[in-house]
Design a protein around this ligand. Structure first.
Ligand SMILES: Cc1cc2nc3c(=O)[nH]c(=O)nc-3n(C[C@H](O)[C@H](O)[C@H](O)COP(=O)(O)OP(=O)(O)OC[C@H]3O[C@@H](n4cnc5c(N)ncnc54)[C@H](O)[C@@H]3O)c2cc1C
Length: 223
């Protein structure tokens, strides 16, 4: 599927939201991701494609996703930074299981590390658009308050709880367990270290693997 670059917008220092126009609508559900391929990338050891979680709604004309730039950036991201309006890229079909459950009565716990919050943007937009009031508990861990993104979106959805944890404070599995319903579905999104660490600790506290859904943004040390 061919994509045409439209624009990018800075959301916080070194975090940008990218917008592409697909040649035709892509079939996806909120929470899913696509592999964005830049044909002219040469010599990047990780190749010409990177996976990004869609922050747009399936009904939107444009696809959007959030990208973090940490120096030194990869060759791939150097090309991404140089994109000009009208430049082409392409992607494959959307993928991913980090999506909303059909059961709208099931409480949801959204846990995000840094730009991992991007995994919940499209879901929250969908629930707002459909006036779907689910019980959502949000835990958002950040290295600094300046890195927070999607503030308006997080403030516009009637969350049951919004806990923002800023370093050096650390979000713990106990904190999540203590402040959320026992039958909740727990979503984890962030760097591999963040997601792995929390999922193991939650399991130690008795949370069954079937109660957790996660995507980790590989390739990042910290988010
Ligand atoms: C399911 C899923 C969803 C994802 N969703 C998103 C998303 O929405 N947004 C997103 O940004 N990413 C997302 N990712 C991760 C994304 O696919 C990339 O792996 C990630 O953005 C890192 O990109 P990069 O390899 O181009 O490296 P960079 O981000 O450029 O670099 C990654 C790290 O490697 C270091 N590094 C890079 N090049 C060098 C070098 N030459 N020498 C030394 N150090 C170097 C950087 O300093 C940085 O610390 C997702 C991944 C998965 C699996």
């Amino acid at each position: 599927m061919q994509l045409t670059f439209v624009k990018r917008e800075e959301l916080s220092p070194c975090v940008w939201e990218y917008y592409f126009k697909p040649e035709r609508a892509i079939d996806y559900v909120p929470g899913q991701y696509i592999d964005v391929i830049l044909d002219n990338v040469e010599d990047d050891p990780r190749g010409r494609g990177r996976v990004f979680t869609l922050t747009s709604l399936p009904s939107d004309e444009l696809l959007s996703f959030v990208v973090k730039f940490q120096e030194p950036v990869s060759l791939y991201k150097q090309y991404l930074e140089l994109l000009q309006e009208g430049d082409r890229a392409h992607c494959n079909n959307a993928m991913g299981d980090l999506i909303l459950p059909k059961d709208t009565a099931r409480p949801l716990v959204f846990v995000a590390g840094g730009i991992g919050i991007a995994s919940y943007a499209s879901m929250l937009k969908k629930m707002l658009a459909k006036r779907e009031e689910r019980d959502v508990y949000l835990f958002y861990a950040l290295r600094s308050k300046y890195e927070q993104i999607f503030k308006d979106l997080l403030n516009s959805y009637p969350l049951q709880l919004k806990t923002i944890v800023i370093a050096p404070n650390r979000l713990s599995a106990q904190q999540i367990m203590h402040s959320s319903p026992p039958n909740a579905l727990i979503y984890l999104s962030g760097s591999e270290r963040f997601v792995e660490g929390l999922s193991q600790n939650l399991e130690t506290l008795g949370v069954d693997q079937s109660q957790m859904v996660y995507d980790y943004f590989e390739g990042y040390d910290e988010l």
